[in-house]
Design a protein around this ligand. Structure first.
Ligand code: ADP
Length: 429
């Protein structure tokens, strides 16, 4: 397929070395601007940021692409929020609307599109082809397309987003940042499923893991907060949001994670079932005369804490219902916490130790109650939080008890920053 994975790996290693030099050598007054794009099937999130100062100049969301089209545009410096109804038959019109908003005389933040130095695209699945971010060219596009069978819902949308940008912004360098890349360091014993080996060799069936950009970001922040080289740390990162995953990061490398071949595996989530006995699929098909598509839809969209509580997929609604005495809502929370507790312990066992546990994403950053419940049974491992310090949300903070042997950290994730910095490093080279 004309694609040399080892060469790419070597190039990326060199880029990492060069990154430091690149930022040092860049003139102080030259601010680079990177547009970060996260394209879904009918939505597109964007941020324009300076990867060096980390300033977000503007950010927003295009929704209802292919239906009608709505743009929400925010300018943090002025607290400005603007909403527009703009026809978006395809992603190309959505990107054009974003560029118009960014360059608009009233609510824009740049004079012209030429101020955008590069675009960083979030791409969900890089398969085994990408262990780090990469400059997009025809070979890379072909490789991302080859990964479509592994992520049929996500990769086509990401590809559409890239193509739309290429059409509207010809000549601007673009970088792909993969959700799976960070987990490519997992050893075979962690990524192999216990099914006939030829399904791995021929069909690439293995654990890939997702949320990699988030796990990478919060683990690096954890090392910075603790003032230690990441190479010396064993960190368990808990990305708990609508989608959830736990990752064991040993010396800065992912060695185990809970999501698998797809993001359906691992923890129960807002609407996804997480790990279940696969025989349930056949049993439900037979007893309810369902097709495989119908069962997979149930497991992806009607399960998780929504399925158990019957209330909502949003943890805020479930916490409120539980507080009012709804027993199924309480069961959904208890189940979610219990399974997360077990995952933290097993991730620690995978590393043979733990120095820090990190909470991030919607639930991890915002729910003191669930954080407390998740670590309540982990005192035997030296994990203990200070209930007073834990009464906070959305800020970087060490919430460990004074006598804890393991640090518990709250770290808001910032996937866009990683995408912007990777993009700057690769394009700057
Ligand atoms: P996504 O996976 O969609 O990126 P997020 O990381 O944004 O999800 O997390 C969204 C979830 O975070 C919501 O569904 C909600 O359940 C949860 N959440 C947000 N704020 C709170 C809160 N204050 N308390 C509990 N849960 C919260």
């Amino acid at each position: 397929m004309g694609y040399n994975y080892n060469v790419i790996l070597a190039e990326r290693a060199q880029i990492r070395k060069d990154r430091q030099l690149y930022f040092i050598s860049k003139e102080r007054d030259h601010t680079m601007k990177v547009l970060v794009i996260n394209a879904g099937s009918s939505s597109l999130k964007y941020q324009l940021m300076d990867p060096q100062t980390q300033e977000v100049l503007a950010k927003g969301l295009c929704e209802r692409i292919g239906i009608d089209g709505r743009l929400t545009h925010k300018v943090p410096a002025t607290n400005g929020k603007y909403e527009f109804e703009i026809p978006m038959p395809t992603h190309a019109e959505a990107i054009q609307a974003v560029l118009d908003a960014l360059t608009n005389a009233e609510h824009g933040v740049i004079k012209s599109m030429s101020e955008i130095d590069a675009v960083g695209h979030r791409v969900v699945h890089g398969g085994e082809k990408f262990a780090s971010s990469v400059l997009i060219d025809d070979d890379v596009m072909a490789a991302i397309e080859e990964c479509i069978p592994l992520a049929p819902l996500h990769n086509p949308a990401n590809i559409t987003g890239i193509k739309a940008c290429q059409k509207v912004m010809p000549g601007v360098p673009m970088v792909a940042v993969f959700d799976t890349a960070f987990h490519q360091t997992m050893p075979a014993r962690a990524f192999i499923y216990a099914i006939p080996y030829e399904y791995y060799e021929e069909n690439h069936v293995r654990r890939y893991g997702f949320h990699g950009t988030s796990h990478l970001y919060v683990s690096r922040r954890a090392a910075a907060i603790l003032g230690k080289p990441i190479e010396e740390l064993k960190i368990v990162t808990c990305h708990l949001g609508n989608g959830s995953s736990v990752c064991a990061i040993d010396g800065g490398k992912s060695i185990e994670t809970s999501m698998g071949f797809t993001p359906l595996d691992g923890l129960p989530m807002g609407t996804r079932c997480g790990s279940i006995d696969v025989s349930i699929i056949e049993y439900l098909m037979e007893t309810h005369h369902l097709t495989i598509e119908e069962v997979m839809n149930i497991l992806n969209k009607k399960s998780g804490v929504l399925g158990v509580s019957g209330v909502s997929s949003d943890f805020r609604d479930i916490e409120s219902a539980a507080a009012e005495g709804n027993k199924r809502a309480q069961l959904a929370l208890d189940m979610f916490c219990y399974k997360t507790t077990k995952r933290i312990a097993s991730a620690s066992a995978a590393m043979g130790g733990i120095d820090a546990v990190v909470f991030t994403a919607g639930v991890g950053e915002n729910s003191p109650e669930l954080r407390e419940q998740i670590v309540a049974n982990l005192g035997f491992m030296g994990i203990k939080i200070d209930p007073e310090k834990n009464k906070t949300r959305g800020e970087e903070k060490d919430i460990s008890a004074a006598d804890a042997r393991v640090h518990t950290l709250l770290i808001p994730t910032n996937e866009e920053l990683v995408i912007a910095q990777d993009t700057a490093a690769i394009v700057g080279k």
